[in-house]
Structure formats: structure tokens, C-alpha cells
Design a protein around this ligand. Structure first.
Ligand code: AMP
Ligand code: GLY
Length: 441
């Protein structure tokens, strides 16, 4: 099969690495890809959300399956674009319809969906600019800290957590006043949940689902979870508190009701669902304290940098699973996990997530794109230096997150030790990484 993967981050390099190992993959293209994906497939200079250019490429190269990495093309309706075009109709798209992508594209839609299907999540209300006063009244009914979420996509910046009522009121006014443009013309105000987060992923064909290995990611720039939020500084899989019993609760209360809810609402969904969960402290009616899985958010794609560990732990053929998704035969496909631990340590540019320089030469411990038998380098923000080709492989930094150093280990400690050792060997100016990935678990 000829496959086109859309996207250009570490997630896409990890997906490309896995797809390229399938006997069912005859040829893999990545649009636009990065310097790392060029090592496992062929990069094409097409943007992931340029539907017309994608159409031309797909028809010219007889692509049979399109795998969508990031959320943007999904929220813009790439699935529907293919389904509604007679020339593209037969081509499989791994990713939900525009209606399904609303689970990520609109926080208010996601909250309403959870409410309709009895899926545990924080108490909330949504307000627009006409209802600021009601929003302020609702804030007063909550305990600090206060959680404000822009309804629309904000490249991961749309959630504010404010320690005082005063700050929450101020920020609510700013958000409704256009702080994130039209994305914050509506704001979800919700109860703060305290607990540890865990990312759970499924693939669904709209009827059945397969649960992938879970992972935990580390969002803050500083050690000890301090400082600004980033796109993700590392991840580990498995997550110790995601025991069989806990995962059964997740499946019964969250995963199954979500897939059945989508079906009941007539929403066409063939792709990944990413459940951003929190193991939240709850007090029962009789005053007992328990820890229960609750949904913080849905995403309609894989997580980054979770994919850089989850793909290591997936033993099965990913293209076979994708075929199951596309043809509605997922129930007949096999899914197996690797029992080893996997971790990912993200190397970032100095200054990230604020401003940083690009174009610094990267020296890898060996000329290969892979770190060795047990360590893989997944490129995120890299490019080939001007004047060099993919054969010469002179990499330069080209983004905030630069390279994900992913390792296997008999346990988490061994995997971390391998990733940290390799992370030290990779050199570029102002390189930074967190040395405490996985230390809290
Ligand atoms: P989101 O963009 O929805 O993933 O939110 C970003 C981050 O904000 C999450 O990963 C959580 O760490 C935090 N967050 C969001 N909603 C809540 C909540 N209701 N309670 C506590 N933390 C939250
Ligand atoms: N790692 C969180 C995300 O991909 O949104």
C-alpha cells in the first residue's frame, strides 16, 4: 500500500518509523515531514492543511491511505474533503470527520458530549461576551484555583489556571474580549481537579476500538513541573497507577461511552481518540477520599511526545490496524504490546518555550538516525543544513523541540538511564532537557 502521512513533528517521525516497518507499506511519503522522517520515507513539500495540494499529490502518486498526524487538518475537515470528492472517495483517511474532530476543536462541544453520555469530567459552564456577568457569578460558586478554557484551538495555549478570583475575573474579561481571537469568543469555566495526569489512546473504526499503551507526559519546561507549559518535555509508558483495575474503570466509564456516544450521535469517526485523563481526588457522600479517572480533555490525534514512547511499545503492525479502522474490521485485528518500558526525553532549544534561535548544527553520536538497538532519535524540529542533502545528513535545529530521545528498558529506570546517556552525547548550542522525566512516578 502507498501511504501518505501528514505532519512534521516528533509524533510523525515515530508514526513514520512504525508504519515503515509494516510489510503492508509499499511506499511511505510524509508531508511535509522533517529531517528525521526523510530517513524512513520520502518527504514531500506539501503543507499538512493544504487540501488541494494534497489532492494533487495523492492522485498523481496513487496513494491509498492518508494518515493524519496533527489536529489542524482534521478540525478543518480533511476527512470530509476526501469523502465528498468523487476522485478521492475510495482513499482511506485515518482520522475523524469534521464533526468528530469537534471533540478537540471545541471545548464546549466536548464538555456537552461528556455530559450527554455520563462521562466523568469537571463541572463546567460556557459563556460568551454577552454573558460576562453570569460568568463572573459562576466563578464565585467554584473553589480556587480557577480553570478558564478558550473554546477553540489555540495551539495548546488556551487554558489558564488562576490562583485568585480577582485574576480569574480579569482573565475571563480579556479572553472574551478577544485575547485568543475568535477561539476565545466563548470560554469554558470549570472546576479544578487535582491529581496525576495520564494519556490514554484508542484506535476506533466507529464501532469497535483497540486500546493502545498509555503514557504520561511532562508539560512544564522546568524540573519539578515548574515554569511555562511546553508542547511536552518527555514521556513514559507504562504508567504505574494505570493498573488493570484502573484501566477497567477507564474503559467502562470513559472509552466505551465515548465510542458508543459518537455512534449514537451519528458521528463518523475512524481514527485515534486521545483521552487526557486525571486520576482525580474525589470525596464520596460519606466523606471517603477516592481516586477516580476523569476526562480533562479529548484530542482527536495521537499525543506528542507520548507517541514517541507508545510506538515503541506497540508490537503489532500499525498498518494492519489502520486497515481495520478504514474497513470497519478493527475487531478482527490483533494488538500486542511490548512488555518493556519506554521513555522519551525531549531535547529543546535554549529559550523555548519563549524565543529561541534556529539553525544550529546538530552533532549526533553516530551518523545513523537511530541511536542504537535500544534508543531511537525521533526528530521534531530539525532540518538539513543548507546545501546538504538527506544523504549527507547534516542536521540543524529548526524548532523549539528538537529531538526526542526514546529508549526501551527492562524497567523505567533502565530506559531513562539509556535516554539520558544518549541525550548527553547529542550536541547543539544551548541544548536543554529535563533530567527528572519519570521521577515522580
Ligand atoms: P488542555 O489544553 O485541556 O489539555 O489543558 C492543559 C492542561 O491544563 C492540562 O493538561 C491540565 O494539566 C490542566 N487542566 C486543564 N483542565 C483542568 C482542570 N479542570 N483541573 C486541573 N487541571 C486542568
Ligand atoms: N502531549 C499532549 C498533547 O499532545 O496534546
Amino acid at each position: 500500500m502507498k501511504i501518505l502521512l501528514l505532519g512534521s513533528g516528533g509524533r510523525e517521525h515515530a508514526l513514520a518509523w512504525k508504519i515503515s516497518q509494516s510489510a503492508k507499506c509499499e511506499k511511505l511519503y510524509i508531508a511535509p515531514g522533517n529531517a528525521g522522517t526523510a530517513g524512513v520515507g520520502e518527504n514531500v513539500p506539501v503543507k499538512a492543511d493544504d487540501f488541494e495540494a494534497i489532492k494533487i499529490f495523492v492522485l498523481r502518486n496513487r496513494i491509498q491511505m492518508v494518515v493524519v498526524g496533527p489536529e489542524d487538518p482534521l478540525v478543518k475537515g480533511i476527512y470530509d474533503f476526501f469523502r465528498n470528492d468523487p476522485e478521492l472517495r475510495e482513499i482511506s483517511v485515518i482520522g475523524p470527520s469534521k464533526a468528530g474532530a469537534m471533540l478537540e476543536g471545541s471545548k464546549d462541544f466536548a464538555k456537552g458530549f461528556m455530559q450527554r453520555h455520563g462521562i466523568p469530567t469537571a463541572r463546567y459552564q460556557t459563556f460568551d461576551g454577552e454573558h460576562l456577568a453570569e460568568g463572573l457569578t459562576f466563578l464565585k460558586t467554584l473553589e480556587p484555583p480557577y480553570v478558564l478554557k478558550a473554546d477553540g484551538l489555540c495551539a495548546g495555549k488556551g487554558v489558564l489556571i488562576l490562583p485568585t478570583l480577582e485574576e480569574a475575573k480579569e482573565e475571563l474579561e480579556k479572553m472574551l474580549g478577544g485575547m485568543f481571537g475568535s477561539a476565545s469568543s466563548r470560554v469554558v469555566i470549570e472546576e479544578f481537579l487535582s491529581g496525576i495526569e495520564c494519556s490514554v489512546f484508542v484506535l476506533t473504526d466507529g464501532k469497535d476500538y483497540k486500546i493502545l499503551p498509555e503514557a504520561k507526559d511532562y508539560k512544564r519546561i522546568g524540573e519539578g513541573d515548574t515554569g511555562l507549559n511546553t508542547g511536552g518535555m518527555g514521556s513514559v509508558s507504562p504508567v504505574p497507577f494505570a493498573t488493570k483495575e484502573w484501566m477497567k474503570k477507564v474503559e467502562d466509564r470513559i472509552i466505551r461511552p465515548t465510542v458508543e456516544g459518537l455512534k449514537a450521535e451519528g458521528i463518523d469517526y475512524k481514527g485515534f481518540i486521545f483521552f487526557g485523563l486525571i486520576n482525580a481526588k474525589r470525596t464520596t457522600d460519606d466523606g471517603q477520599c477516592t481516586m477516580e479517572p476523569m476526562v480533562i480533555e479529548y484530542n482527536v490525534r495521537m499525543g506528542d511526545p507520548e507517541t514517541e514512547t507508545v510506538m515503541l511499545r506497540l508490537k503489532s503492525d500499525l498498518v494492519d490496524l489502520f486497515e481495520g479502522v478504514a474497513t470497519g474490521t478493527l475487531a478482527q485485528r490483533n494488538i500486542e504490546f511490548d512488555d518493556r518500558s519506554a521513555v522519551c526525553v525531549m531535547l529543546v532549544s535554549g529559550g523555548y518555550p519563549g524565543s529561541y534561535q534556529k539553525g544550529y548544527p546538530i552533532s549526533l553520536p553516530q551518523s545513523s538516525i537511530q541511536g542504537g538497538r535500544d534508543t531511537l532519535f525521533f526528530h521534531a524540529g530539525t532540518a538539513f543544513a543548507l546545501g546538504t542533502s538527506s544523504r549527507e545528513r547534516q542536521f540543524v535545529t529548526n524548532g523549539g523541540r528538537v529531538i526526542a530521545v526514546s529508549s526501551y528498558g527492562a524497567d523505567k529506570a533502565e530506559a531513562l538511564q539509556k535516554s539520558f546517556t544518549e541525550a548527553q552525547k547529542i550536541q547543539f548550542q544551548d541544548k536543554y532537557f529535563r533530567r527528572d522525566i519519570g521521577a515522580d512516578l
